[in-house]
Design a protein around this ligand. Structure first.
Ligand code: ATP
Length: 355
């Protein structure tokens, strides 16, 4: 497995930029997810890494070697598609060995690698079945084994779970992650499913309109979103504008926003006095009475939905500002009534300046 680097990679179709100035790297054995809404350029990037599209500018390096001018068959990458792309007329073993045959690998080597690959994905007892005789999850495992058996420098996954139902998605997600971790596969994984990205990735590259919005570990992306797009796309967020001034104590700020005045602790200082801020709906707590020094605000509840592990609620304050809440316990308040909530000092994150 090798390190993959993209340096300022750009690709336009006519005058439309599908990818603009994209830079990121995947270390050896790292699982990097390209995450973003439909049309943001994820597949275009994956195809450029695989050699199916040429970048207009920028460099792609695999194992520190620029591969821009290499055709797909000369790059040691393997692709796993959402449609599995299995050959319907070949059985499991022949499907898995397809790439080895093309590379004219010796038969004895093919056989020993096949035995290992079948074991890795737990399909030893299905080796002679045809694709149509397999479940969706098993077909995806064949596709994974076919990618792994060529011992690629980088594996490229194009939404491999999107054809599976919700339950199976979760179990195959863990299987892929476990194989990736065990065999230290350098992986580039494309999805628009934020839960999948957060659960599987070592690093996430958030894309929007062909550009990178933020790159970071799942926790960084979730807890310290760089801007409104990331805050809103990953999880749910309450976003507002605020005037911010430093407080007496270093690392603390006085914040005036649509919900009131708050005392905020932040290790990242705001980029301007007038910024956007966000906080997660699960950060608030219902309180019957605010304590001295609490950041608190009052809402009239509009609606509530019991979700099992939490209660979703929406409310508005006296200025009409709408707020979304996720509470561990259903508050003893009915829609139409007013309730008080506490926002911890470190729950607010500063985003980009208001222009
Ligand atoms: P999805 O999640 O829907 O698959 P994506 O993020 O993978 O989307 P891409 O397939 O990379 O998006 O496409 C990015 C943009 O580039 C889209 O607006 C698409 O229409 C455009 N595009 C992609 N391939 C071509 C092409 N061959 N010719 C013209 N435009 C293209």
């Amino acid at each position: 497995m090798s390190k993959l680097i993209l340096e300022q990679v750009t690709k336009a179709f006519g005058d439309f930029y599908a990818a603009r100035d994209i830079s990121f790297c995947a270390e050896e054995g790292e699982f990097v997810t390209l995450l973003g809404p439909s049309g943001c350029g994820k597949t275009t990037l994956l195809k450029m890494i695989g050699g199916f599209h040429q970048p207009d500018s920028g460099r792609i390096l695999i194992g520190e070697k620029a591969v821009n001018n290499q055709p797909p068959e000369k790059r040691n990458t393997a692709m796993c598609f959402q449609s599995y792309a299995l050959f319907p007329h070949l059985n499991v073993s022949h499907n898995i060995c397809f790439g080895l045959k093309q590379r004219r690998i010796a038969l004895s080597e093919q056989q020993s690698r096949l035995a290992e690959a079948l074991k890795q994905v737990g399909l030893e007892n299905h080796r002679l079945k045809m694709p149509a005789q397999l479940s969706g999850g098993q077909q995806q495992r064949v596709a994974l084994a076919r990618a792994m058996i060529t011992r690629p420098d980088v594996i490229l996954f194009d939404e491999p779970l999107s054809n599976l139902d919700a339950k199976l998605r979760e179990s195959v997600r863990f299987e892929i992650k476990e194989l990736q971790r065990q065999y230290q596969l350098t992986s580039i994984y494309v999805t628009h499913d934020q839960a999948e990205a957060l659960a599987m990735s070592d690093k996430i590259v958030v894309l929007n309109g062909g550009s990178v919005e933020q790159t970071g570990k799942p926790e960084e992306i979730y807890y310290r979103p760089a801007n409104r797009f990331v805050a809103d796309f990953i999880g749910a967020a309450n976003i507002d504008t605020a005037h911010i001034a430093p407080a007496e104590q270093p690392g603390f700020y006085r914040v005036r926003c649509g919900l009131g005045e708050f005392y905020v602790r932040s290790t990242t200082p705001p980029r301007a006095e007038h910024c956007y801020l966000c906080w997660r709906p699960e950060d608030v707590q219902f309180i019957s009475q605010p304590q001295k020094g609490d950041n608190h605000f009052t809402l009239t509840l509009d609606k509530m939905a019991f979700m099992g592990n939490l209660t979703e609620a929406w409310g508005h304050n006296d200025t009409g500002l709408s707020v979304r809440l996720q509470l561990l316990k259903k508050p003893p308040v009915a829609p139409g009534e007013r309730a008080c909530f506490r926002l911890p000092q470190d729950a607010i994150h500063f985003l980009e300046p208001v222009s």
